[in-house]
Design a protein. Structure first.
Length: 666
């Protein structure tokens, strides 16, 4: 018994010693180290068989495994970054330019030598401080009194001012006030005699960053200045400091994010925050919970083994709102706020962790859906859907070579013809981005690889033609929705803008015996229902101008239906289309199916501008629409488009429903 007890004890001692060593080498900040040591102390008094022992053990293990001071050094060569972005992505020129600008600002901020002003009437002190700070590679300027300091402040910019408190004429407090009034971002550190600590505290109340008491210690001067500089840098461009990529799926948001990480030489991690309802997923569980875990942010940093990874927060427009499990949104706000995230507290860790080195990039499908306060923190960069031409290029230059590599076909790479790729795009995918396109290419490559494995004799260079595409992928999945159908009464082609990009819809109206009710079906949101009501009211109040009888509803119900799956549809942009469908129904004139309409309708018959123009036009093109009628006020959006997007399409701009009707009805 005794022998067992002894081995158990010595085992525990080994474990404790091991942890002590790991705590010492983990390079944690002093306060964290202290907490870890205290936990170890408590643990040493517990029975290794108890649950608490295991909890403490896991906790300390977690603390020491975090990269407290490990980070990758940034590669700040913009040319190299540009090269990586260009090599890996076709097109996206605006996006790349915006990203490089963003990085350029970071490079400037990080490479700038900090400027420091030292103000002291005592020459020895002044020279000493200057000497210490110059050794840190800062640009140091000195002034021997307040007047001189103010002159220097007026002519060049400083990040930090160190000033003696007691000086003739203009003393430290007056100088502090002047600096804070004129340059609120500049951090001021007071230098004071021990006896004057009270007035130093007074200075902090007035906005000074901190104070240093004379005679000062070297390391104290160094670390106080360093902290002041960190604070100054973190306040630079707080607003919009986080990039947010918005756009339909498969438009390259994730892969650009990964390229940014590679260009900077940083680790890359992704966290999907879409649908997150529980704050603990971001901020972790308190250790008192059974099975408590840290939040995803800290976990990803631990996995990245570096405290400055690029972390992509996916679907930030779909974060769950506040409920009994807390508010993930406010936790995210804290994570993204440079003023607060220097000391982010994960509930499990229960000690602050500095997130200010992490580069966060958010992604969203629709920028408007991001909650206001979160959106304010972000610099939005829009990705949009691709034209067929762009998709062909992306496929030939990137997707096909990648799939050939991944499916092990590098020795006998199949050769895809442009016609074949175009067939895959038109007959097997219907999307704004390139996700399904990549999937279908991967299917083809996999089938070829399988053939090679089963029939060694069939190994050869395959030329992929449209016929082969059909053989590999089966009968076509999509048809050109518009061209193949006849014009019908009460059915009008509309355009909507959704998370997945633009879509065409067909709005159908029918009239049947009833009590004058308006029936709406097809998963419509409230705004779309209201648009339908408004459209009907508009037509009733202007019946005569469309040659429609005033009592068209008497003894009848009207049914408006918008098919296309059970996809929820909302937004005001279908107003004009619904009105056109009703007028087609009431006048008995069929509507041209290859004409698509989008526009918000007011009760007085004016057409108001709508969003998502590029996505809508791309969708119309995919569906074979020939003419698109859009609100006149969207003229600028059209002018800003790449001419290739509208090439071959007839675009009509109008702000009157009568125009739409005369173009649309046969
Ligand atoms: P998102 O994150 O927007 O949903 P992804 O980054 O996952 O889209 O892109 C889907 C696929 O398409 C990836 O393989 C990506 O590399 C590729 N892709 C998208 N856009 C481009 C582009 N412009 N050039 C090259 N590849 C692209």
């Amino acid at each position: 018994m005794n022998i067992f007890k002894k081995t158990e004890d010595s085992q525990q001692i080994t474990i404790l010693n091991d942890f002590r060593q790991r705590i010492n080498s983990a390079k944690m900040p002093e306060n964290v180290k202290h907490i870890a040591e205290r936990e170890l102390e408590i643990m040493s008094k517990m029975s290794p068989a108890s649950a608490e022992y295991t909890i403490s053990l896991s906790y300390i293990d977690y603390l020491v495994s975090l990269p407290w001071d490990r980070k990758t050094s940034d590669n700040l060569d913009l040319n190299q970054a540009k090269k990586i972005l260009d090599e890996r992505h076709y097109g996206l020129n605006d996006v790349k330019e915006r990203i490089l600008e963003h990085l350029a600002v970071k490079v400037l901020v990080m490479n700038k030598k900090p400027h420091i002003l030292v103000v002291d009437d005592e020459e020895i002190a002044r020279n000493n401080i200057e000497h210490i700070l110059k050794k840190e590679n800062y640009d140091v300027v000195t002034a021997s009194n307040g007047v001189e300091a103010i002159e220097k402040l007026n002519t060049s910019s400083f990040d930090v001012v160190l000033t003696d408190l007691k000086m003739e004429k203009i003393d430290g407090l007056v100088l502090l006030e002047k600096v804070k009034n004129k340059y609120p971002d500049v951090q001021v550190i007071m230098i004071t005699a021990y006896a004057a600590v009270d007035s130093a505290i007074e200075a902090i109340k007035k906005g000074a960053f901190h104070y240093i008491a004379k005679p000062f210690r070297l390391d104290e001067v160094r670390s106080t200045v360093k902290h002041a500089l960190d604070k100054k840098l973190s306040t630079i461009s707080t607003k919009g400091s986080v990039l947010c990529f918005t756009g339909p799926p498969g438009t390259g948001k994730t892969s650009i994010g990964k390229s940014i990480a590679d260009a900077l030489g940083r680790k890359f991690a992704r966290i999907s925050v879409g649908g997150m309802k529980d704050e603990a997923e971001i901020r972790g569980h308190r250790r008192t919970y059974a099975g408590a875990m840290p939040g995803r942010i800290i976990e990803e940093i631990r996995r990245a083994e570096s405290l400055n990874p690029v972390i992509m927060l996916d679907e930030i427009d779909k974060v769950g709102g506040q409920d009994f499990k807390g508010d993930p949104e406010s936790a995210l706000l804290e994570v993204l706020d440079p003023e607060q995230n220097q000391s982010f507290i994960d509930h499990y860790l229960d000690v602050p962790f500095d997130l200010s080195n992490v580069m966060f990039i958010a992604t969203a499908n629709i920028a408007e859906n991001i909650q206001g306060p979160l959106r304010d923190r972000m610099e939005i960069i829009e990705f949009s859907g691709y034209t067929e031409d762009e998709k062909i290029n992306i496929a030939l230059l990137h997707l096909i070579p990648k799939q050939i590599r991944e499916q092990g076909l590098s020795d006998y790479p199949p050769n895809f013809s442009v016609e074949a790729v175009s067939k895959i795009i038109n007959d097997y995918t219907r999307e704004a981005g390139t996700r399904n396109l990549e999937r279908q290419i991967s299917n083809i490559c996999r089938k070829i690889a399988t053939e090679f494995v089963y029939h060694k004799e069939s190994i050869r260079l395959v030329n992929i033609t449209p016929e082969l595409v059909e053989r590999y992928l089966g009968p076509r999945k999509y048809f050109i929705e518009v061209a193949d159908e006849n014009n019908r009464i009460g059915v009008v082609t509309g355009l909507v803008w959704m998370e997945t990009g633009g879509e065409i819809i067909f709005i159908e109206s029918a009239r049947m015996k009833g009590l004058g009710n308006l029936i709406l079906t097809g998963s419509l949101g409230n705004v779309m229902r209201e648009s339908a009501q408004a459209a009907l009211s508009y037509i009733r109040s202007n019946a005569s101008s469309f040659n429609i009888s005033e009592n068209i509803l008497e003894g009848y119900d009207i049914h408006i239906h918008i098919p296309a799956g059970a996809i929820p549809k909302d937004g005001p942009s279908a107003g004009a289309t619904i009105a056109a469908s009703l007028i087609s129904l009431f006048t008995g004139k069929p509507a041209r199916r290859d004409v698509a309409v989008s526009g918000e309708l007011t009760l007085s018959g004016r057409i108001l501008p709508v969003g998502g123009i590029k996505e809508k036009i791309l969708a119309a093109r995919r569906a074979g629409v020939k003419t698109i009628i859009l609100p006149f006020k969207n003229k600028v959006d059209i002018e800003n488009l790449d001419p290739k997007v509208i090439k071959g399409l007839e675009i009509i701009l109008t702000d009157r429903i009568e125009d739409i009707i005369s173009r649309l009805l046969v």
